[in-house]
Design a protein around this ligand. Structure first.
Ligand code: C2E
Ligand code: MG
Ligand code: MG
Ligand code: MG
Length: 290
């Protein structure tokens, strides 16, 4: 009967909710010791010029390998945020990314790195002081003499813009004065209005991959991207198109004269060693051309 069917559905949903809660609790437990157990790794996804395929920068993406399994950041980052563990994890990510910038500088293929920072971290971390502290460590360990602000981009989300805190505004303004870039990640998926972009200290937007994936679904979707592009240009913001997978998507992005693309069409995220190999090869072929 319908009633019995309804009851079965409810039972199914309850079981699913129960399962999700158990999985969350389990991940939370393992996440607490993940740093100490060395379970994190940074992957690097090149951002390229779509006309030349040259790598101009890269996004740093966190990977958690627990029990020989990759657990997706889309699953564990929210747990890290809710539990506050993101604060320590974010520290590790930034220090690790800075260490690889130093390593790139020692080779001759330095490019800027883009790092994700959760909105939660802005409330719980004094980033200005933390950068000064990382500098001390890098100075002592590697003899670094200038902090590489201009080799760092911070990827924030629309929720940070919407918080409308003067202190955040000041912090980002200060970091930009030092040469750091601020990028709005997943642009268009949050609930912010365009007016936030006008008043917020940012340099760049990243068009979310959900917009790119709809390019083939028709002209209205293309128009939406065109609107985002012309608005960004009016505000003097640079643009990264994220999630480009197909030739057709790439062609459209090139028609828009977008000069930075991140997506499987060119490169997937990769471990540091593979990434450095790629950069070394690129540096070599550029040197050969000269
Ligand atoms: P995001 O910052 O928007 O990063 C881009 C995501 O899109 C990455 O997923 C990347 O692997 C994926 N991607 C890039 N190109 C393509 C493509 O062509 N097709 C498809 N289908 N996907 C593509 P990933 O690495 O799984 O990370 C997911 C999200 O987790 C990130 O989205 C970011 O919000 C968060 N995240 C990752 N690392 C960190 C971190 O160190 N700190 C914080 N706070 N969040 C992070
Ligand atoms: Mg990002
Ligand atoms: Mg994104
Ligand atoms: Mg994201």
């Amino acid at each position: 009967s319908a009633k019995a069917h309804g009851r079965n559905c409810m039972q199914f949903f309850n079981q699913q909710i129960q399962k999700d809660a158990e999985r969350n609790a389990e991940l939370h437990l393992y996440l607490k010791t993940a740093l100490i157990q060395n379970e994190f790794q940074l992957y690097y996804q090149p951002i390229v010029n779509p006309f030349t395929a040259q790598i101009t920068k890269a996004e740093v993406l966190l990977r958690w390998i627990h029990d020989d399994q990759f657990i997706s950041p889309d699953e564990f980052i929210p747990i890290a945020e809710e539990s506050g563990l993101i604060v320590q994890i974010g520290e590790w990510v930034r220090m690790q990314a800075l260490t690889s910038i130093v390593a790139m500088q020692k080779s001759d293929f330095t490019i800027p790195l883009s790092i994700n920072v959760s909105t939660i971290e802005f409330w719980n971390t004094d980033l200005q002081h933390r950068f000064a502290a990382y500098f001390d460590v890098l100075q002592q360990q590697f003899g670094l003499d200038v902090f590489p602000y201009s080799l760092l981009t911070l990827e924030i989300t629309e929720s940070l813009m919407m918080s409308q805190q003067d202190s955040i505004n000041q912090l980002l303004t200060d970091l930009r004065h030092r040469g750091m870039q601020i990028s709005v990640d997943d642009f268009g998926t949050g609930y912010s209005s365009l007016s936030y972009l006008v008043n917020f200290p940012v340099d760049q937007i990243k068009i979310d991959k959900s917009f790119i994936q709809r390019i083939s679904s028709g002209s209205r979707h293309k128009s939406l991207i065109e609107a985002i592009v012309s608005m960004s240009r009016a505000l003097d913001l640079s643009i990264v198109a994220e999630g480009v997978e197909t030739e057709a998507e790439l062609d459209f992005i090139k028609q828009q004269n977008i000069d930075a693309v991140q997506g499987y069409y060119f490169h997937k995220p990769m471990p540091q060693e593979a990434f450095f190999d790629l950069l070394a090869k690129q540096a070599e072929s550029i040197a050969r051309l000269k």
